[in-house]
Design a binder for this molecule. Structure first.
Ligand SMILES: [Ca+2]
Ligand SMILES: [Ca+2]
Length: 167
């Protein structure tokens, strides 16, 4: 802890309180006045900046991925164009190849169709971004919350379900 020792006293004799402990992450750019203390306002500004940067990066990445997946260059992606990429996207973090897991394919297809805001069976660049990053869409957030409610509702109804989810 930095700050005055117990021997530091005001002229009145009252002990000067020790400074707050240094924030271990205060050397980050969020501490705009460099006082080693993050105020709620500094933190809020940094979080907003991080979200903006993440959104810009995710848009850039999804636009590059869009061009790769859109084989016929018609500026829209149908499920059949995406499906060959599905396994590659998730192969590293799953024991069973995702395309061999019928439930996994069904869930992914549901997410694909859910992102098709215009309901024309194809994802344009905006819909594609919503598909890859539902957290940036109001409807995507609602869908995520509803999925969690259903998931945890099922767990509460079936005491065995939690064990199954952990596996
Ligand atoms: Ca296409
Ligand atoms: Ca569409």
């Amino acid at each position: 802890m930095d700050g005055p020792s117990e021997n530091v006293r005001y002229p009145s004799g009252e002990r000067v309180p020790a400074a707050r402990p240094r924030c271990p992450v205060c050397n980050v750019k969020a501490d705009t006045n460099m006082d080693d203390i993050l105020t709620p306002q500094e933190l809020k500004i940094q979080i907003q900046q991080n979200m903006k940067e993440h959104l810009e990066k995710s848009r850039k990445d999804s636009n590059a991925f869009f061009k790769l997946v859109d084989r016929d260059n018609d500026r829209s992606i149908v499920w059949e164009e995406f499906e060959p990429h599905f396994e590659k996207m998730h192969a590293a973090d799953e024991k069973i190849p995702p395309t061999e897991d019928a439930q996994r394919v069904e869930d992914e297809r549901m997410m694909f169709n859910r992102s098709d805001i215009t309901r024309d069976g194809r994802l344009d660049e905006h819909e594609w971004h919503v598909f890859l990053h539902p957290e940036y869409s109001a409807q995507g957030l609602v869908d995520i919350v509803n999925d969690l409610i259903i998931l945890y509702g099922n767990i509460l109804e079936d005491p065995c379900a939690e064990i199954c989810v952990v596996k």
